[in-house]
Design a protein around this ligand. Structure first.
Ligand SMILES: [Fe+2]
Length: 251
């Protein structure tokens, strides 16, 4: 299926709303978590999840809506200076909304273990073994200076998986071109209330709730994820018509 991503990218534009949707788009909303706040305990406690989702993510959504409203007004006025000045807020809050929306689906109370099927085959091909992949993504995530994210992404040009780190709330695809598969939030708000300053302990624990079922080994779930990303990204100004990839099998 990974190979299908690359092939599909060339003809995915017809599935994506035109860029003009920026003007007519509805406001962004905070997505519901697919599980209870306490469902990931003991690995991530309920207090962290509640604050992370209902406060931190909600703030990104609210601030993104405010920035987009100002941007829309600046566009209507032809006020380029204001449009440029709004870019940092759009990037930070837009990235925060995208990253967290993906992150919630990366986690599950029934998670942990190892992936199966084509994703596991691709991990072995590109990293040697699952253990090597896990060690590398953990190290990259632990090594993020300050706040940011560790990612497993798909490089559609090269047809291979890649690990990357992004600072702050920089969105993976908008920053590196990689399609996000698995993101690990290493902002302190994601772990400090439980793990204090020991980020490696949080990284060790999070592998117990990684939602491998969301990924490529299951056709129906994979379809759901692609449709989810489609809905999430189709009207976002950071993504052009050609950056969203839909597997051929689902057209
Ligand atoms: Fe976060």
């Amino acid at each position: 299926m990974l190979r299908r991503f690359a092939a599909a990218s060339r003809s995915s534009a017809k599935l994506v709303a035109p860029l003009g949707c920026l003007v007519s788009r509805q406001k962004h909303t905070l997505p519901d978590l697919p599980y209870d706040y306490g469902a990931l305990e003991p690995h991530i406690n309920a207090e962290i999840m509640q604050l992370h989702h209902s406060k931190h993510h909600a703030t990104y959504v609210n601030n993104l809506n405010v920035a987009e409203e100002k941007y829309k007004e600046a566009l209507a006025k032809g006020d380029v200076t204001t449009q440029v000045s709004l870019q940092p807020a759009l990037k930070f809050n837009g990235g925060g909304h995208i990253n967290h929306t993906i992150f919630w689906t990366n986690l599950s109370p029934n998670g942990g273990g190892e992936p199966k099927g084509e994703l596991m085959e691709a991990i072995k091909r590109d990293f040697g073994s699952f253990a090597n992949f896990k060690e590398k993504l953990t190290a990259v995530s632990v090594g993020v200076q300050g706040s940011g994210w560790g990612w497993l992404g798909y490089n559609k040009e090269q047809g291979r998986l890649q690990i990357a780190a992004c600072a702050n709330q920089d969105p993976l695809q908008g920053t590196t071109g990689l399609i996000p598969l698995l993101g690990i939030d290493v902002w302190e708000h994601a772990y400090y209330l439980q793990y204090k300053n020991v980020r490696p302990d949080y990284l060790k624990a999070i592998w117990n709730v990684i939602n491998w079922g969301m990924y490529l080994q299951d056709m129906q779930l994979a379809k759901s994820r692609v449709e989810f990303l489609h809905r999430l990204l189709k009207c976002h100004q950071f993504y052009s018509d050609t950056t969203l990839v839909v597997p051929v099998a689902y057209k």
